[in-house]
Write a protein that binds this ligand. Sequence first.
Ligand code: CP
Ligand code: NVA
Length: 302
Amino acid sequence: TAAERPDAFLDVDDLTRQQLHEVLTRATDLKERQRRGKRHALLEDETLGMIFEKPSTRTRVSFETGMTQLGGHAVFLGPDDIHLGHGEPVKDTARALSRYVDAIMARTFDHSDVVELAEYADVPVVNGLTDDAHPCQTLADLLTIHERFDGFDVDVAWVGDGNNVCQSFVLGAAMTDIDLTVATPEGYEVSEEHMARAAELGTAPETTHDPEAAVDGADVVYTDVWVSMGQEGRRATKLEDFDGFQVSTALLDDQYVMHCLPAHRGEEITDAVLESEGSIVWDQAENRLHAQKGLLAYLRGV
Ligand code: CP
Ligand code: NVA
């Protein structure tokens, strides 16, 4: 029997493998419809509430335009726009918003905040990035890899911080049987909890502290910033700790290169690599739109 549709998407493993494939198939179909200019107003008159405690370019604009294309509307709620963070608790925000909107997307610092939102909301809650996870990014990444390789029989090397983007990708790789190796400096590994969840879903990635070893034989090399939002105070230490982990032409052979963006050229990646033929970062960025439209339609049951 098919698993019930989840009422929240807080990390990739809130979906079953089957549901993940349904969302990605839906995303591909919606992308095609948009390309051909075919109307696809699946969420007509529906509203998405978007809570942002941190800045965003891609997440905000892809969710907002995505809702427009689906015939609905999105409300941007930045850190100075609502009472959340200024005295109103998460659980009250969740219940009040649920009386107006049809779904909530939230980008927070603490992952526990999106968990609490989901617990108290009566509408689907989507994680738009927390300190621990970025599952919408993973959906777009999987779509991008599938388009490029016509499947998931792909070797990916993550080089850099075992951060939110990496942790969700670890789950996505486990659920699609992507062959993943994660190379981080010591002390920046993927959490034990995410490794255990990946093992439960399929396979936990191989891990190493040697970027050269990880990249050797890979089809794709994926990296992200060394200093994530909220970690600005740790910048000097992190820059030192990540010495040797830059994705540069010296490290690569002819692998495709992925980055969730925004990129910090000269830190985790060089300008030459980011601008190279093999860089598929703009496809990733575009696919945020299509992947999230597929997800929203799925969660709303249409
Ligand atoms: N990749 C990503 O989530 O980008 P933004 O921070 O611009 O939303
Ligand atoms: N790891 C980065 C991703 C930004 C999309 C951060 O959390 O800032």
